[in-house]
Write a protein that binds this ligand. Structure first.
Ligand code: NAD
Ligand code: LMR
Length: 324
């Protein structure tokens, strides 16, 4: 029997309240694996973490080893197999995610230094706190003792949203839609790309779509879905974000037979800067994430992709003093 240690930062927040229970009731790890869950948040909310710990225990999850609650990042990170970096301020109505950059960047810089010092070299780090791709860049630069491949940022929520909208439009099952990828930044410049989508191994249904619907409805809907949720809920997405983090973790652990989207830092891929976290079409197999090569990119797709790169380079420029 083996044990996995999963740390969640921002553990007293909205996303974590769904995520913790999703992971512990899920089936990412083999049945006989135990999970130790480390919940990290800031000192004033430790009482809330105690309440969450009691609730976890009350679920009597059979795979739970134990729950550690703490406000000490070193303690939280030191033995972890996976660190889910959720702890950060969310945006509110009318804001872009990049408006959070200066507020949240310092959290990631400080925590990166601790990960660098205390985490195992094999620890995998998933960045969720917004703006996720640029926070991932700050982390990776300042935690250079870990391989750059260990870091990824969440784009699965965007990919899930895109699959869901397409499945609704075409009246097809989400699980039958393959090779739907999202390029770029987790922001309003992201590019959900259906040019390679197969539905039950065929492109016939995709060819039946009106290009005006794709450009004027589908792409903007996915790009702006986060803001749409905030508009209605008054708060940013939490349960759907937690579900996407679960999917992302599951893919890292168990691989995937589809193309996936995650923010990663890679050299020589599709003429994109190698010093930003950018979402590419990815294959994830046997613990290895690799960019799918030679995906055909139309002139229009290239325009979208380059726009998102430009935005990420601008974000990088704003926080360049925090990059080691
Ligand atoms: P929330 O405000 O409900 O929770 C954030 C938690 O982080 C709070 O409990 C806060 O105390 C904690 N925190 C703040 N500073 C911390 C620190 N230094 N160490 C540890 N914990 C700290 O927010 P939420 O709704 O859970 O969202 C969290 C983040 O995730 C936001 O930045 C949000 O924009 C982002 N998000 C990203 C995606 C994505 O797809 N990448 C999706 C949804 C939300
Ligand atoms: C989302 O996409 O729902 C999150 O990134 C939250 C937000 O600010 O939109």
């Amino acid at each position: 029997m083996s044990k996995k240690i999963i740390t969640i930062t921002g553990a007293a927040g909205n996303i974590a309240y769904s995520l913790i229970f999703r992971i512990l009731s899920g089936n990412i790890f083999p049945q006989d694996n135990k999970i130790q869950i480390n919940l990290l948040d800031i000192t004033p909310v430790l009482p809330s973490l105690t309440g969450i710990k009691y609730e976890i225990e009350d679920c009597a999850f059979r795979n739970l080893d134990h729950v550690m609650i703490t406000d000490d990042p070193e303690l939280a990170f030191s033995e972890s197999d996976y660190i889910l970096m959720v702890g950060a301020k969310p945006r509110t109505k009318g804001m872009q995610r990049a408006d959070l950059l200066l507020d949240n960047a310092s959290i990631f810089k400080k925590q990166a230094e601790i990960i660098n010092k205390a985490a195992k070299k094999t620890t995998k780090v998933i960045v969720v706190g917004n703006p996720a791709n640029t926070n991932a860049l700050i982390l990776q630069h300042n935690a250079h003792n870990l391989p750059a491949e260990n870091f990824s940022s969440l784009m699965k929520l965007d990919q899930n949203r895109a699959k869901s909208v397409l499945s609704d439009k075409l009246n097809q099952k989400v699980e039958d839609i393959k090779k739907l990828i999202v390029w770029g930044n987790h922001s309003a410049t992201q590019y959900p790309d259906i040019n390679h989508v197969l539905i039950n191994n065929s492109r016939d249904l995709i060819h039946s779509l009106d290009s005006r619907w794709i450009e004027k409805k589908f792409i903007p809907r996915i790009q702006n879905r986060g803001a749409e949720i905030i508009e209605h809920r008054g708060k940013s997405s939490a349960a759907s974000a937690a579900s996407a983090i679960y999917d992302h973790l599951n893919i890292l652990v168990n691989g995937s037979n589809d193309w996936e989207s995650m923010g990663v830092i890679r050299k020589n891929s599709y003429d994109i800067s190698s010093d930003i976290f950018f979402s590419f079409p990815l294959k994830v197999e046997q613990n290895k994430i690799s960019v799918v090569d030679n995906v055909e990119i139309s002139d229009l797709s290239y325009k979208y992709i380059k726009e998102s790169e430009k935005e990420l380079l601008t974000e990088r420029n704003i926080i360049r003093d925090l990059l080691d």
